[in-house]
Design a protein around this ligand. Structure first.
Ligand code: MF3
Ligand code: CO
Length: 250
């Protein structure tokens, strides 16, 4: 079921998103060589609770952590662990926050320590792909317009865009209709309406788009061992265009 949100509900989701965005801003300086992905999880969980929110991923279909922390070839749903991050690692931190019943969801990628040209380009292309997708999220456009814009851009660099995991409607729960693939055809799929709230969250791989599943049943990684990068925003479709609800201050 697709729930259309009122302006007031969107305001509440924006407050939830502001708390989430402030945590990503804090992670910019928290993430450095020598910390573990569990350190990141603990830091995020405390900030969510200090902000009056609930770590909504905990208990979601049996998931046990406030965050997903996926490193290098891990595409998504990496479990926080005692893994020590080193310079040149690429870590994706994904979280969902319930603040007073309003949901937000945003994943951001971070280069640990020193970056390099390959990582810089992958980060830049993935972020640009997210914003190209968001640009298409306007009343009257179709779901396929979002995926088409993302896929065309990403593939022009020889990168692959993941198909096994996609964006989604959001609120009141984490995953709702509609599904929002990051690939597709222009002019195809559901028409976008005012009041829809969705996520766009392209996962971009240096090699093939194909993934494989770890034995834990959650963590997906690139089939060819290439790097995977992800940026995700929660947004509302308004009559004035897409409104990003998890926008980070500069
Ligand atoms: N934040 C994830 C998403 O973007 C949710 C992952 S489901 C969980 O859809 F169980 F891992 F939380
Ligand atoms: Co999401």
């Amino acid at each position: 079921m697709i729930t259309l949100k009122s302006a007031r509900e969107i305001d509440e989701m924006e407050k939830s998103g502001a708390l989430l965005a402030s945590i990503h801003v804090a992670l910019r300086t928290f993430i450095k060589p020598g910390i573990t992905t569990m350190d990141i999880n603990r830091f995020v969980h405390k900030m969510i609770e200090d902000g009056g929110g609930i770590a909504a991923q905990i208990g979601y279909e049996g998931y046990e952590f406030a965050t997903c922390t996926s490193v290098n070839d891990e595409i998504c749903h990496g479990f926080p662990s005692q893994r020590v991050l080193k310079s040149g690692d690429l870590v994706k931190v994904d979280m969902c926050i319930d603040l007073n019943g309003a949901m937000s969801d945003s994943c951001w990628s971070y280069v640990v320590g020193e970056s390099n040209e390959q990582l810089d380009q992958l980060m830049e292309v993935t972020k640009k792909a997210l914003y190209l997708g968001i640009e298409q999220a306007k009343v009257g456009n179709r779901i396929g317009d979002i995926g088409h814009a993302i896929q065309t851009y990403v593939e022009s660099f020889g990168y692959g865009v993941v198909r096994d995991f996609i964006g989604h409607g959001i609120g009141p729960t984490i995953h709702e209709s509609p599904q929002v693939p990051h690939y597709g055809e222009k002019g195809k799929g559901l028409r976008l309406k005012e009041g829809m709230t969705i996520t766009i969250e392209p996962m971009v791989n240096t090699g093939t788009w194909q993934s494989k599943m770890d034995a834990n049943g959650w963590t997906a990684r690139t089939k060819d061992g290439g790097l995977s990068c992800q940026f995700e925003h929660t947004l509302a479709i308004t009559k004035d265009g897409p409104k990003i609800l998890t926008q980070q201050p500069e």
